[in-house]
Design a protein around this ligand. Structure first.
Ligand code: HEM
Length: 133
């Protein structure tokens, strides 16, 4: 992403693997319980926290490690993964609201703010893919 590498590195270093993992599980607990987002996630990944969730969260952990400057084996393509889900701007608004709430519960304000800004920036291109025919 566009933060300088040193700053990204320090973000992952400051948060640490355990907090990042706990944050992701907590976020997808909220997302799957949400009346708007839940059905989309459940249809694709299965009932939280079983079915495909441990694998999906491990994948997202790799994604966020890469974004935050940690070591990562993530080689996915987040854009295409959002095609044909039926997700619109309303879904992305809700996603970001739940992300913001989870960040506030798990991280200190500077890290929370940084992870919110990163997701808000990525939203633009992910939503473009989501709304492709
Ligand atoms: C800025 C907001 C978002 C970010 C940063 C994000 C990030 C990601 C990432 C990194 C993946 C993994 C892609 C891969 O397989 O390599 C993913 C998958 C997925 N996302 Fe999102 N996402 C966002 C918004 C949404 C929204 C609004 C929805 C709709 C409810 C959604 C639904 C999904 C689903 C269902 C998958 C699994 C796709 C599959 O396995 O085929 N995401 N997301």
């Amino acid at each position: 992403m566009t933060l300088p590498l040193t700053e990204q590195g320090s973000l992952f270093a400051r948060i640490g693997e355990e907090k990042l993992r706990a944050l992701l599980w907590a976020f997808y607990a909220k997302a799957t319980a949400d009346e708007l987002l839940g059905p989309i996630f459940t249809a694709k990944i299965g009932p939280y926290p079983r079915a495909g969730w441990p694998v999906h969260i491990a994948r997202l952990e790799g994604f966020w490690r890469a974004v935050l400057g940690g070591e990562s084996a993530y080689r996915g393509q987040p854009g295409p993964a959002h095609r044909h889900l039926g997700a619109t701007g309303t879904h992305f608004d809700r996603w970001l609201a739940l992300w913001e709430a989870t960040l506030a519960e798990h991280l200190d304000p500077p890290e929370a703010q940084a992870l919110l800004a990163l997701a808000a920036r990525m939203r633009v291109s992910l939503q473009r893919f989501a709304e492709m025919e």
